[in-house]
Design a protein around this ligand. Structure first.
Ligand SMILES: Nc1ncnc2c1ncn2[C@@H]1O[C@H](COP(=O)(O)OP(=O)(O)OP(=O)(O)O)[C@@H](O)[C@H]1O
Ligand SMILES: [Mg+2]
Length: 295
């Protein structure tokens, strides 16, 4: 059977309709028209991809976590949606609020949507690090929505009118199963808004396993980056677990995926030299934990 349109596999459906109409009316194919439409389609697709600013270096924003920016080429690319994940009580909310504190210090407007904790509880926890949350709220640089029952549509409205530069969602497991979240139309609209407005966002998600288990959910695929927080026992004598973080993914960035130790200080969390816990010790502990988990 003759291929009806052999040369224009890249023609848009609108162009094909025009061609079909002419072919019907004239009783013959119009090669000149076909070529013109092909060229127009090509131009249209090129126009969609704005390559004008692509030689400009990627703008990166500081995470506010001492030691982290250096390991991700200076910070998170502006406008990225990054997943901050890990098992319970590993410092995910603290990490994210510290990220917002870095923003407010630079007069950037920030929003923290918490779906499971009350504002009072959050503020009390964060005040322990000396962060003047109340002042930033009063000055109009920070909004915290505690125990939020907001829908994604309402959050879109808030983001659209407040125009923040950084947003945190804590945690999105409350909303939907990872696979459903990824395909949900309303969340896709929200993600699109964040991208279009170049709002750098952190999405907290929950993991039921430690960092040694390489199991990724749909949130991890959806994020431009994935930062995993965990805690592991690295010392035989002192059994207090060492908090660790690993950048498992950061698009457009060179990364070292090895878990790195961090600590809770009086001013927040701080990544410290991995020399403090030698790499081989860290690896041994992770392998041992994986074996004992049976996964
Ligand atoms: N000064 C500190 N020193 C050591 N650990 C601390 C300190 N402050 C908080 N933590 C630890 O941080 C954890 C709580 O932090 P955070 O609420 O940020 O964790 P999370 O991962 O968000 O927890 P959840 O899964 O419950 O939401 C607790 O396990 C707590 O023990
Ligand atoms: Mg939390």
């Amino acid at each position: 059977m003759r291929n009806k349109f052999p040369i224009h596999t890249t023609l848009s459906s609108e162009a094909i309709k025009v061609l079909e109409r002419y072919e019907k009316e004239l009783g013959a194919k119009n090669i000149v028209l076909e070529k013109a439409l092909l060229a127009m389609d090509g131009m249209r697709y090129k126009a969609k991809l704005d390559t004008g600013g692509m030689s400009v270096p990627i703008k990166r924003i500081s995470t506010g976590i001492p030691g982290l920016d250096e390991s991700i080429e200076g910070g998170i690319p502006k406008g990225f949606s990054v997943i901050v994940t890990g098992p319970p009580g590993t410092g995910k909310s603290t990490f994210c609020m510290q990220y917002l504190m870095e923003g407010v210090k630079k007069d950037e407007k920030c929003i923290f949507f918490s779906f499971e904790e009350r504002v009072e509880q959050l503020v009390q926890h964060f005040m322990r690090f000396g962060w003047d949350i109340g002042k930033y709220i009063d000055d109009g640089y920070l909004e915290i929505f505690g125990m939020s029952m907001l829908t994604s549509e309402e959050m879109i409205e808030i983001i659209d009118s407040y125009r923040p530069e950084r947003v945190v969602f804590d945690s999105i497991n409350v909303f939907a199963e990872p696979a459903d979240f990824r395909t949900s139309g309303s969340w896709r609209s929200l993600l699109r808004l964040l991208k279009v407005k170049k709002i750098s966002s952190l999405f907290i998600t929950e993991k039921h396993h430690g960092i040694e288990i390489k199991q990724f959910d749909d949130y991890d695929f959806l994020g431009d980056g994935v930062i995993f927080l965990d805690s592991i026992q690295t010392n035989e004598i002192d059994t207090t677990p060492t908090p660790v973080m690993a950048v498992q993914k950061m698009r457009a960035t060179r990364i070292d995926r090895t878990p790195q130790p961090f600590r809770f200080t009086e001013t927040g969390i701080s990544k410290y030299r991995s020399m403090a816990v030698p790499r081989n010790v860290m690896q041994e502990k992770l392998i041992a934990r994986k074996k004992s988990s049976g996964l």
